[in-house]
Design a protein around this ligand. Structure first.
Ligand SMILES: C[S@@+](CC[C@H](N)C(=O)[O-])C[C@H]1O[C@@H](n2cnc3c(N)ncnc32)[C@H](O)[C@@H]1O
Length: 379
């Protein structure tokens, strides 16, 4: 079994969930649990004029085009261009992207999947171990090959199969698509207060892929794509609050402020499981009206403290009508209240001496906020 490259978390079997990560020591709020680099990245949109095709930083005004396919790949610097030409943008990848751009237009989802397959098959040319690590991740294809998979496989075949790869087949394409669906992490466009944030790129992270989901996660992941220096596409998983030794470390696979039905639908359709976490066990019995009542902008600190213990419903008839909202505390303390954000907050990493930081960082908008009460025990 693969092991993550540190001793703070370890990979174990978790009944009903496959593999998962557990803490090997008591964890402090904000502690870095894992830093992971992608084995592949691919653009989330057909429009390639905003982000570097290699490191996915915002492009400068005068980007560096690929000398062979200037309309398919633009880079933020000459060093990104030269790195890409021997890795992510190899001659096979360049040729495939040109062929894709000359093909009849595809619906956006299929186009993104074609980008993934080009990046995945390109990985087989760059690193057999990384390609096998990708194929060993969780995710099973449907029992019979569906029409989109067959279409995508014949599209990639028409570009010319990746040279030297044994096993190139519709089944391999289906397996790769299943790994992508269950494991890809989105790197988002810069935060805007005014509207929806789109995904700029997806990445496959071989170690972070082992974190299971919880709707009240005890860790969250940060990325700093527009940051300077190497490793800008790494993701860093940090503890949201204290975690005892031996506890499973979970992320939320989407913003934590999603409602019960949205969460269950996404988890069922994309990840193939019904979530039975503590929060879902409470919210399964909520009506839509009760869900409407949890807008965190309407909550005060006092609401959170009271609702930790459960408060009476408005009708106050005392007959099992309590609105159970044990996770109000989580929302008040660990969910960003900035308009259109809903990111998760975690303290900055503890100092080298182990002192917990009093500054909370949002993993979506990046805002830093002093949190006077950060030393209190986590939920
Ligand atoms: C990114 S992988 C996580 C690692 C995976 N458990 C493994 O064995 O490699 C996502 C998959 O893990 C499983 N999973 C994640 N969270 C779960 C949960 N809360 N309950 C049940 N299964 C879960 C689902 O099968 C999901 O498709």
């Amino acid at each position: 079994m693969l092991q993550p490259p540190n001793s703070i978390v370890k990979l174990v079997s978790i009944p009903g969930k496959g593999r998962g990560m557990v803490s090997t020591q008591p964890i402090k709020p904000g502690q870095v649990l894992l830093r992971d680099s992608p084995v592949l990245l691919y653009s989330a949109t057909p429009s390639l004029c905003k982000f570097c095709s290699h490191c996915f930083r915002l492009l400068p005004q005068s980007p560096f085009p690929c000398p062979t396919c200037s309309h398919c790949a633009l880079f933020c610097s000459s060093s990104c261009l030269s790195l890409a030409l021997s890795s992510s943008h190899s001659p096979w990848s360049c040729h495939s992207l040109i062929s894709l751009s000359l093909s009849p237009p595809l619906p956006p989802d299929l186009h993104t999947q074609a980008f993934f397959l080009i990046a995945a098959y390109n990985l087989s040319l760059l690193s057999a171990p990384d390609f096998h690590a990708l194929l060993s991740l969780h995710g099973d294809p449907p029992e019979s090959l569906d029409a989109p998979t067959l279409f995508l496989h014949s599209l990639i075949s028409s570009f010319g199969p990746p040279p030297g790869l044994t096993g190139f087949s519709p089944e391999m394409t289906a397996a790769l698509l299943a790994k992508d669906k269950a494991n890809a992490f989105g790197l988002m466009e810069p935060f805007k207060e005014t509207g929806e944030r789109a995904v700029r790129a997806y990445g496959i992270y071989p170690n972070a892929s082992f974190f299971n989901h919880d709707c009240l996660p005890n860790a969250c992941r940060f990325d700093y794509v527009d940051g300077v220096g190497d490793g800008n596409t790494d993701i860093i998983v940090r503890a949201v609050h204290e975690v005892p030794e031996g506890r499973e470390i979970c992320l939320s696979y989407f913003p934590v402020n999603w409602r019960y039905k949205e969460r269950q639908t996404r988890l069922r359709e994309d990840y193939g499981f019904e979530c039975g976490c503590d929060r879902c066990r409470v919210e399964v019995s909520w009506s839509d009206d009760e869900e409407d009542g949890i807008g965190e902008e309407e909550m005060t600190e006092e609401d959170g403290e009271e609702q930790m213990e459960g408060v009476e419903d408005e009708d106050g008839d005392g007959e099992g009508s309590e609105v159970e909202f044990p996770h109000a505390y989580f929302f008040l303390r660990y969910v960003c209240d900035r308009d259109n954000c809903g990111g998760t907050l975690a303290p900055l990493p503890p100092s080298e001496e182990g002192v917990v930081s009093g500054v909370m960082e949002c993993n979506a908008c990046g805002r830093l906020r002093e949190e006077e009460s950060v030393g209190r025990e986590g939920c």
